[in-house]
Design a protein around this ligand. Structure first.
Ligand code: MN
Length: 732
């Protein structure tokens, strides 16, 4: 990156552009310059300088990234729509649609900045728009980054609180975006500027420590540099050896990580070797390792495995003179250009004039936007920050494809990266040949093969296990959908119950005008949303039923009130025998297949369109339902119902008997002696003096039934007696 002139003039920009675009559209740039100068005339920045210096510097930064005239013109004009009377129509007449679209996108972004009260919501919405605009035209984000970079350079003219707020936003979002897009030059400068505003004392101390050692650094630099140049020359490799002071923020982070202070030049100096070919990169590294031994584990081959932002280079740390380790980066000229300008280099070299839609960095932007659609500002920012986190882990698929993840990512993240459905059904993985559970963290070089099961589905605790924005948003979406389906089912059941009380039905209203009116009144779009709202307990079913039947049954307000009172008292009289843990609003009913009795071990399942079915734990149907643990809900017998024992449940019994005198009288006596009633009895006389009886009795609870069964088994001619169905185990 070239040094920015102290006061950029349009001639500087034109000279810079001409170097990489000899046939540039000079007229467009001059016109944009004159136009900006006229419109911003008389405006001053907080620094007291003419306002024009800002768009000129932004344009210079863009020219230094070697962008095209449209981007640079947009840089010159980027504040025109916002800060002057100029309209988009006027601008389009002067500069055409491409420049105007760019400036409009940028204006929309900044106009949004002040219109929200919540800083976080504003931030989130802002970045979403920025990213969205950039997937159409990546120049939007490049101009925005240049704009922010110059604002950071001149931040000292603002109030201290504004300085800190802007620096924090820049460090948290803009610098990482620049990094993710591979624009190392902007990322580095932004980080150092932010560091000075956010940690002024630390920055000053560090700078002082470095400058105190500048003499030693100079001596050491010359020494190593000539050794390195000698090594390359001997092998016939043409290359440039650059020594550099690492940027302040990265030195500070490294020292903080190691819990030390600057002790020697080795803490802040590093080398970079730039050669012509990839082969030379590896050859140079080999030669260096022969000269100084490498530190194990610190050799990184980003040529074979580029970073997600397309950065390529070889990194190694060697033990130098007097046993001090220092870092060397080796790369080609092309790789260097990409490291400095990232997506901008790609954009301007390879696809001049067209959209770089196949660029993986743009693909990243797009996927971030897709996966965060409909999420709250908080969730969006979380996703953004996790995905922008620069520390990466690289893993392999069994086929050898490389996938990169943020540090701390788990097997579950890997599964979701492969495919959403693979994620939903993931039960674990084979990691380097060994089976591991979902929550296992990935480490560099892992070979990961995901294991899935059709029975598996996402759970709430997966949100803690997954670390990537993509996985978390997929899980959240699944859970939301599932939760809503359940709520719709429960809501429909509750509403139907209320409507039945009023001699009406859901069928009669579904799709009707009354429903439409009600939806509008509640600000809801579809019937499903209304049922979900009832199911979630946000709207009372009784109130909806009353509102719907208002026209049918009653026509004055007093009548409506009476009507509502009736509905409410009807609801309270129907005291439930069962309680559902956690949510009293579920409609509960006893499953017919096993007809559990008070006192029996029971379990509830949310059923499609019916509410909660309560089964006996030993019911064979329960075993199938257990494959859907997410539908299970805890239920228990209400203690009042147990205490009062007023309710009676009907139970069917099957008996085989030997025909004998007075058989019927004996069983009816047995049952009556336990205080139970027979409500139905059916006899089947069979062959050879044997027969079957099926009868229904009303019992209080499980103990009561057991006593009746004992009595019946004592009757002489009863061979066998069982409660129907439920207690027999299904065949294995
Ligand atoms: Mn600006």
């Amino acid at each position: 990156m070239m040094e920015t002139p102290a006061k950029v003039r349009i001639e500087d920009i034109l000279d810079r552009v001409e170097r990489y675009r000899p046939d540039m559209d000079e007229a467009l740039l001059r016109h944009a310059y004159v136009f900006a100068a006229t419109r911003h005339k008389g405006q001053v920045r907080r620094s007291g300088e003419a306002y024009l210096i800002h768009p000129l510097t932004v344009a210079w930064i863009l020219a230094d990234m070697e962008l095209d005239e449209v981007a640079i013109a947009a840089g010159l004009l980027h504040d025109i729509l916002e800060d002057t009377e100029t309209t988009a129509e006027e601008m389009e007449l002067e500069f055409g649609p491409a420049v105007t679209r760019l400036v409009e996108a940028l204006t929309k972004l900044s106009s949004f900045e002040s219109s929200f009260t919540s800083r976080e919501a504003t931030e989130a919405e802002n970045f979403r728009r920025l990213l969205l605009a950039s997937t159409d035209d990546v120049r939007v984000i490049l101009v925005k980054l240049a704009d922010r970079l110059h604002n950071m350079r001149t931040l000292n003219f603002l109030r201290p609180e504004r300085q800190v707020a802007i620096a924090r936003e820049t460090l948290e979002i803009y610098a990482p975006i620049a990094n993710r897009l591979g624009i190392g030059s902007i990322k580095t400068e932004m980080e150092d500027l932010c560091f000075r505003y956010l940690h002024p004392r630390e920055a000053e101390r560090l700078e002082r420590a470095i400058s105190e050692r500048s003499e030693a650094a100079q001596k050491w630099f010359t020494e190593i540099r000539s050794t390195l140049a000698g090594v390359l020359e001997e092998a016939g490799i043409e290359g440039e050896v650059l020594g550099r002071v690492k940027h302040l923020y990265s030195v500070w982070q490294k020292l903080k990580r190691q819990g030390v202070d600057v002790e020697s030049v080795f803490d802040f100096l590093a080398f970079r070797i730039i050669v012509s070919t990839v082969g030379d990169c590896y050859a140079a590294m080999g030669l260096i390792h022969q000269k100084w031994p490498p530190v194990p584990g610190r050799i990184k081959d980003y040529i074979a495995i580029p970073k997600p932002n397309a950065y390529q280079s070889l990194h190694t740390t060697v033990i130098g003179p007097e046993g001090h380790p220092f870092e060397i980066q080796i790369r080609t000229h092309d790789m260097h250009a990409i490291a400095e300008h990232g997506i901008a280099a790609h954009w301007s070299y390879k696809e001049r004039g067209s959209k770089p839609t196949d660029d993986s960095r743009i693909a990243w932007l797009r996927s971030l936007l897709d996966t965060t659609q409909g999420s709250s500002p908080r969730e969006f920012l979380d996703s953004l920050k996790v995905d922008l986190y620069p520390e990466e882990v690289y893993c392999f698929t069994p086929k050898g494809d490389v996938l990169s993840f943020p540090r701390g990512a788990t097997v579950l993240d890997f599964a979701y990266r492969v495919h959403t459905e693979v994620g939903h059904h993931c039960v674990g993985a084979t990691l380097n040949g060994r089976w591991v559970p979902l929550r296992t963290e990935l480490t560099n070089g892992d070979i990961v093969e995901i294991t899935t099961s059709n029975q598996q589905r996402p759970h709430h605790d997966w949100l803690e296990i997954a670390r990537t924005g993509k996985a978390r948003s997929r899980i959240r979406a699944w859970l939301k959908r599932e939760e809503k389906e359940r709520a719709v089912e429960v809501g429909r059941k509750l509403l139907e119950k209320e409507l039945r009380r009023l001699d009406s039905s859901w069928k009669r209203f579904s799709g009707s005008e009354e429903i439409q009116e009600l939806l509008t009144g509640h600000g809801l779009a579809r019937e499903e949303d209304l049922l979900a709202a009832i199911g979630f307990g946000k709207i009372a079913a009784a109130a909806v039923a009353a509102a719907l039947t208002r026209h049918e049954a009653v026509d004055d307000e007093e009548a409506i009130r009476t009507h509502l009172r009736e509905v409410q008292s009807a609801a309270s009289q129907d005291a439930p025998v069962l309680e559902v843990t956690g949510d009293a609003d579920f409609l509960v009913y006893i499953a017919r297949c096993c007809n559990p009795l008070p006192g029996e071990d029971i379990v509830g399942f949310v059923t499609r369109g019916k509410g909660v079915a309560v089964h006996s734990r030993s019911c064979p149907n329960v075993r199938n339902l257990l494959y859907h643990p997410e539908r299970e809900i805890e239920v228990r017998w209400s203690t009042s119902a147990m205490a009062e024992r007023r309710t009676r449940s009907r139970v069917d019994l099957d008996m085989t008997y030997r025909d004998g005198p007075g058989f019927l009288a004996s069983i009816s006596h047995a049952i009556a002696s336990e205080g139970a009633n027979i409500v139905r009895c059916h006899l089947n006389a069979g062959e050879g003096g044997r027969g079957t009886v099926s009868l229904s009795v009303e019992v209080r609870d499980k103990d009561h039934l057991n006593r009746i069964l004992e009595r019946l088994r004592d009757v002489e001619d009863v061979l066998e007696v069982e409660r129907r169905g439920a207690f027999r185990r299904a065949a294995p």
